[in-house]
Ligand binder design. Structure first.
Ligand SMILES: [Fe+2]
Length: 390
């Protein structure tokens, strides 16, 4: 299979839904940008872990000084669930916002999108599992602004909310172009206070987004532009950030790379590493970035027969190494990056040497994201890759 034939469909669409406002100190513009979207009453959705940074208080001040009323909602955790969204809906029904601002990492942005779904269209989060479950005649959702404080999920530039079922822990991807943020403010100063562990988890996640979307079965010429540039920015700058978290130039590049990867996901979806990561989170509580980082090198090796040219292309941004196939080199480098980030490279490292790989594989086969992997998976393939990750 040639990559050019695979990845250049004759017809596709591309529309960037989110206006990006990029620059150090750009949080200061949140009030004007909120007013520009017609906002008068804001529901500010911000992770409680951020209170100590002072960023939510600063955003409230800026919104207030622009003449907007602001209600802060913080009752949610690291993996926002259907219960958290229901609590957010109650908060929204009290303050009747005409604009939502999400300030924080992926959990804040996903929770804000989830609240927007149920506040704008009613029902429960389950009604939105999948893509575009609501007819166009229902009109728009509330306008919203993202202010990411991590660089990883790409939630700021794509229209999916990842919400866990509060009962089962299963992750639901709920997407609609109307859920995309109208504006994303990329202010590098907000990313400098992240704990190293958060930088590592989110950075590895962003890399996985670039690698998986670049070779996705749904990739388009547009998505590949964004995935390729996301990869270049991340592969060349993440090692600098892991070595020195105060490297503002590298942090800025990583922040932009994560956002470009979000655009790529929006247009191309992901692949097998995300299908394998979700069961590790669901059954064993492994954080998403750790789970996806652990399995990605194995998925790259599995995909090699279909993706050798593309993987060799990605390797052009890596330090020169011996003339070995792109897939081998890429997989080796991804494992090196994982170790540099201080993360575990095997299930045994995570205390899961005895994990039930058949149970994990059974859930992985149910993951929609796996259907976009360039090489189709059987349940046996998933189990073999979990075994290889042991
Ligand atoms: Fe991810």
């Amino acid at each position: 299979m040639t990559t050019s034939a695979t990845h250049c469909p004759h017809s596709f669409e591309f529309q960037a839904a989110t206006r990006l406002v990029v620059g150090s100190g750009s949080l200061a513009r949140v009030g004007d940008l909120a007013r520009g979207l017609g906002g008068t009453r804001v529901l500010l959705v911000s992770d409680p872990g951020l209170v100590a940074t002072g960023f939510p208080a600063r955003a409230e001040e800026l919104l207030a000084s622009a003449g907007l009323a602001c209600h802060l909602f913080q009752e949610f955790g690291e993996n926002p669930s259907t219960a958290h969204v229901a609590a957010g809906l109650e908060a929204a029904q009290e303050c009747r916002p005409d604009l939502i601002v999400a300030l924080g990492g992926g959990s804040s942005m996903d929770c804000a999108k989830g609240i927007n779904f149920v506040y704008s269209f009613g029902g429960s989060m389950h009604d939105y599992h999948g893509r575009e479950r609501v007819g166009r005649e229902r009109g728009p959702m509330l306008p919203s602004i993202a202010v990411p404080t991590t660089a990883g999920t790409g939630s700021e530039t794509q229209s999916f909310a990842l919400i866990s079922d509060a009962e089962t822990g299963a992750k639901m991807a709920c997407g609609d172009p109307r859920a995309a943020f109208r504006v994303a403010i990329l202010d590098v100063e907000l990313t400098l206070t992240q704990p190293d562990r958060v930088t590592a988890l989110t950075g590895i996640d962003a890399v996985s987004h670039a690698v998986e979307s670049f070779v996705s079965r749904a990739a388009t010429p547009a998505s590949r532009l964004f995935a390729r540039e996301a990869w270049r920015l991340l592969a060349t700058n993440l090692p600098r950030v892991f070595a020195n978290g105060r490297d503002v130039e590298a942090r800025s590049a990583v922040q932009l790379g994560a956002a470009w990867a979000g655009v790529a996901i929006e247009n191309a979806m992901l692949g097998g590493a995300h299908a394998m990561a979700n069961p590790l989170t669901q059954l064993h509580g492994i954080p998403h970035g750790q789970a996806v980082g652990l399995v990605l090198p194995h998925v790259v090796r599995f995909n090699a027969p279909q993706c050798e040219d593309d993987y060799a292309d990605l390797c052009r941004d890596l330090p020169t190494m011996a003339a070995i196939p792109g897939s081998v080199r890429l997989a080796d480098w991804l494992q090196y990056l994982l170790r540099q980030a201080g993360m575990s490279a095997s299930l045994a490292d995570l205390g899961l040497a005895d994990a039930d790989t058949a149970a994990l594989a059974a859930i992985a086969t149910q993951q929609w994201t796996g259907s976009f992997n360039p090489r189709p998976f059987s349940a046996t393939d998933f189990e073999t890759l979990y075994e290889a990750s042991r």
